[in-house]
Design a protein around this ligand. Structure first.
Ligand code: ZN
Length: 294
């Protein structure tokens, strides 16, 4: 199992095998792709694009897919997935990423906002003309979008997902079986402010490893300001290292944050003893490697 980073800074950090760089953000900011890294592109959540042209937002009977719509529980604002000019804008950006010497592209938030979306006139028309059921049409729309997006990408191609292994197709149009044919691996984000309670991480990881037909990497949040939080995070990484994962990725603010986690693990004798006593060979290997640098 590899250990890696998901980061907002395009910097390689010693002791980490995989580097994923956020080059297009949910607020609409875009940055030049990072050479030699996996570049993570937010696709349909784009607060700036929606501010500039509110007509592109995805809609439902319960209103628009916006954070300020309190009937819903959205963390981001969603563009309608069938909007032609917005799609073109995303593909143009992916073309710019493909021109750089990047390792590959990971797409995130490329799906419907939730079950009742999107009921805009264009989606309603496309759905009616398709002759398919609602769930099938939505899944096909997202799979076809990913197929087209992939033609604009170079290198390793991966997708994130809303981490629901059971209802992803019904809610978001994410058809894991169909998408498995397109991607090199799946990137499962399991963000949290802390991992003091971690049974849910182990459970969801287990479910995804069982159902996804391609390798799996899991992302955990590591923007940890306290020793207690870092300790809980590292023990959670140790537990999920028992599953068949390609990598665990730590979401950090910057390189110093990444070094702080590694340094904490290396110099935490109790933690290293705990790894030995309870048999976590994959995690031990990672910490032993960190000890060469930190
Ligand atoms: Zn729509």
């Amino acid at each position: 199992m590899q250990i890696g980073l998901v980061t907002y800074k395009p910097e390689l950090v010693e002791g980490y095998d995989v580097h994923v760089y956020f080059c297009k953000w949910v607020d609409g900011q875009t940055f030049p792709a990072a050479k030699g890294m996996q570049n993570d592109v937010t696709v349909l959540c784009d607060a700036k694009a929606i501010r500039d042209d509110p007509s592109i937002v995805s809609v439902s009977k319960g209103g628009p897919a916006l954070r300020r719509n309190r009937k819903l529980n959205f963390a981001f604002d969603f563009v309608c997935p069938t909007h032609p000019t917005y799609r073109k804008k995303v593909f143009d950006y992916l073309d710019s990423v493909a021109k750089e010497d990047a390792q590959g592209v990971t797409l995130n938030l490329y799906h419907f906002a939730d079950q009742g979306f999107c009921t805009c006139p264009r989606c309603t028309d496309l759905f009616e003309k398709s002759g398919l059921g609602w769930t099938e049409w939505r899944a096909k729309t997202i799979t076809d979008f990913l197929k087209e997006a992939k033609t604009h990408c170079k290198g390793k191609f991966a997708v994130e997902m809303f981490p629901d292994p059971v209802l992803a197709k019904e809610r978001f149009g994410i058809d894991f079986a169909a998408i498995a044919d397109l991607v090199d691996y799946f990137h499962v984000p399991l963000s949290s402010r802390d991992y003091f309670t971690n049974y849910w991480v182990d459970t969801i990881v287990r479910d995804f490893v069982a159902i996804l037909k391609k390798p799996v990497v899991v992302e955990l949040s590591a923007e940890m300001p306290t020793d207690e939080k870092m300790d809980a995070l590292l023990r959670t990484v140790a537990y999920i290292s028992r599953h068949n994962l390609m990598a665990v990725l730590l979401l950090v603010h910057d390189s110093e944050n990444a070094r702080q986690v590694a340094r904490f693990a290396v110099h935490n004798e109790a933690f290293r003893e705990w790894l030995k006593t309870h048999d976590f060979p994959k995690m031990q290997k990672i910490v032993d490697n960190w000890a060469k640098y930190y």
